[in-house]
Design a protein around this ligand. Structure first.
Ligand SMILES: Nc1ncnc2c1ncn2[C@@H]1O[C@H](COP(=O)(O)OP(=O)(O)OP(=O)(O)O)[C@@H](O)[C@H]1O
Ligand SMILES: [Mg+2]
Length: 153
């Protein structure tokens, strides 16, 4: 079992920048499954992903709409499933998870059983002051490769 890959960011801008850099490495059909407490920085990271994908529109929290779609180098589907009543609600998940775009899910644990095996698990933990510990789950080689690339100074 490979070790989880961890990156610490010191402020909001660094988290956004991490998203921008990761976005450059993403491919159609990639799913980013984010976990982290309220205010951890999930939407901030999503804003970086959007920027890195070349989305020009401002990305805000999709809480009341659950899914918002943007257009950049690839389509970007930003989901926040915090308020979803039940994961039985069929929002056509597989069209996103196996589609042509990149999907980012905030509060991914709420739809755990619906997430595809290829989802990249990313957990944001609040540290001291403005520090955030961003963990990429181990398991698949691709996630390690992505994380190694991101860690390169
Ligand atoms: N290192 C950091 N990375 C990201 N955000 C940070 C950092 N340090 C401080 N912050 C602050 O934490 C907050 C993160 O808010 P954000 O909306 O991104 O969180 P969230 O995880 O999406 O919350 P929610 O669960 O409500 O959707 C912002 O106010 C941001 O300024
Ligand atoms: Mg959010």
């Amino acid at each position: 079992m490979q070790e989880a890959c961890r990156i610490v960011t010191k402020n909001e801008e660094e988290t956004r920048l991490l998203g921008i850099r990761l976005a450059e490495l993403l491919e159609p059909g990639d799913v980013l499954a984010l976990e982290g407490d309220l205010g951890a920085g999930k939407t901030t990271f999503a804003q970086g992903i959007a920027r890195g994908l070349g989305v020009e529109e401002a990305v805000d929290s999709p809480t009341f709409t659950i899914i918002k779609e943007y257009h950049g180098r690839l389509p970007f589907y930003h989901m926040d499933v915090y308020r979803l009543e039940s994961s039985d609600e069929d929002l056509g998940w597989d069209e996103f998870f196996f589609g042509d775009g990149v999907t980012l899910v905030e509060w991914a644990g709420r739809i755990e059983e619906l997430l595809p095996d290829h989802a990249v698990r990313i957990t944001i933990t609040v540290g001291e002051a403005d520090e955030r510990l961003i963990t990429f789950a181990p398991a698949v080689e691709r996630v390690h490769r992505l994380c190694r690339e991101l860690r390169r100074e």
